[in-house]
Design a binder for this molecule. Sequence first.
Ligand code: SF4
Length: 366
Amino acid sequence: MEEGALGYGLSEEVLRRAEARGLPVRVIPSYRDYPFPFRPWPELLTWGKRRLFLIRYSGRFFRPCPGTVRYLCCGYRIFHFGEGCPLDCSYCILQAYLNRPGLKLWGNLWEEGWPELEEALRKARASGRILRVGTGEFADSLALEPLCGVAEELSRRFVEVEAPAMLELKTKVALTGGFLERLPKSPRIILAWSMNSFRMSEEEERGAAPLEERLRSAARAAERGLSVAFHFDPLILFPETVEAYLEVVDRIFAAVPSERIVWISLGTLRHLPELKEIAEERFPKTRIYTGEFVTGLDGKRRYFRPLRVEVYRRIYARIREHSPEVCVYLCMESPEVWRKALGFSPIERGGLPRMLDEAARRVCGI
Ligand code: SF4
C-alpha cells in the first residue's frame, strides 16, 4: 500500500478484505521507488503475480480504448481500475506491454476515477449516444474481485445512472461466492467470457477457470437477466483447430439462449516479437509461437491471411447456423479480411461502432 493511497475508499476496502484473509500488508513510500528484486524480467513477472500494489493513480481513469492503427476499431471506452492479472496465460500481451511487475489497483478509484465515468454517463444521457464501457484492457475484470469488489460496486453505480450505456466485464474466471446474486439484475451489465478450445484453455491459460465452468457461469448470468458475450481471442491455430472451436461454439449455444448474447468476437493470435521471447522462457512447454507468422501493419506478428480468413469463415458459419442475429465481429482485422471471411465489411453497415451499438440496443435494452 502506497502511503499516498491510504484513506481512500478502495484502499480501505482491500485492507479490510486482506485482513479477513490473513494476508500480510505493508505500507511503502511509493510503487515507483519500490526496490523490486534484482531478477530477469520473466522471473520478475512471475514474482509480481503474487503482489498487489495499492496506488494513488494520477492518470486518466476513463478513456478511449487505444485500438490498433490501420485496423478497424470498435469505439470502446475503458474505465481503468488497475493493471496486471493474477492469472497467467502464455499468450498474454501484458507480459511485454507493462514494464513493471505486480498487480496494481488504483486506491483512489471511487473518489477520483468514478466522477470521470459518471460525467460521461450523464453526457450520454443528455445526447442519447450509446456508451460501451469495459474494464478489462490491462487486467481481467473479475480475477481480483474477491479482494477488491470493484466490479460489484461499479455495476451498482453504473445502473443507478440511467443512460444509454452498457458495462462489459470481461473475464476467464467462474462466478463464485454469491457475486452474481449481488450484481444488479440489469441487461446493461454484460458478463463476457474469453473462450478458447478445451485443449488450449487447459494448456495455455494457467489459473483460469475450465471452459465448462465459464459456460456454467454464463448460463447462470443469462438466466438471472444479465447480458452475456463471448470473445474467441486469441484463436490459436493447431491441426484440429477449426473442429475444436466449432465444438465450443455449439456448447455456447447449448448453454445460453442466443437472445441474451450481445456479441461474439473473433481474433487470431497476434504478438509483439518481444512477447515470444518472454513467454517462451516463462512457459517452456508452450508451442503457440512455433507457427509461421507475418508482421502486420501494426508491427505485431499474425498468422498468414488465408489461414485467418479460413478459421473466421468456418466459425462464423457455425454461429450463423445457431443464430441469424447475434452480432459477430473481428478484432483488429482489415475490411478485406471481413469481406472474405464474413461476406461484408462493417463500412457497409455504417461502421463497426454502429454495428455494436445496435447489438447493445437490441440485447441490453438501451
Ligand atoms: S486472463 Fe487476460 S490479462 Fe489475465 S493473464 Fe490471461 S490474457 Fe493476461
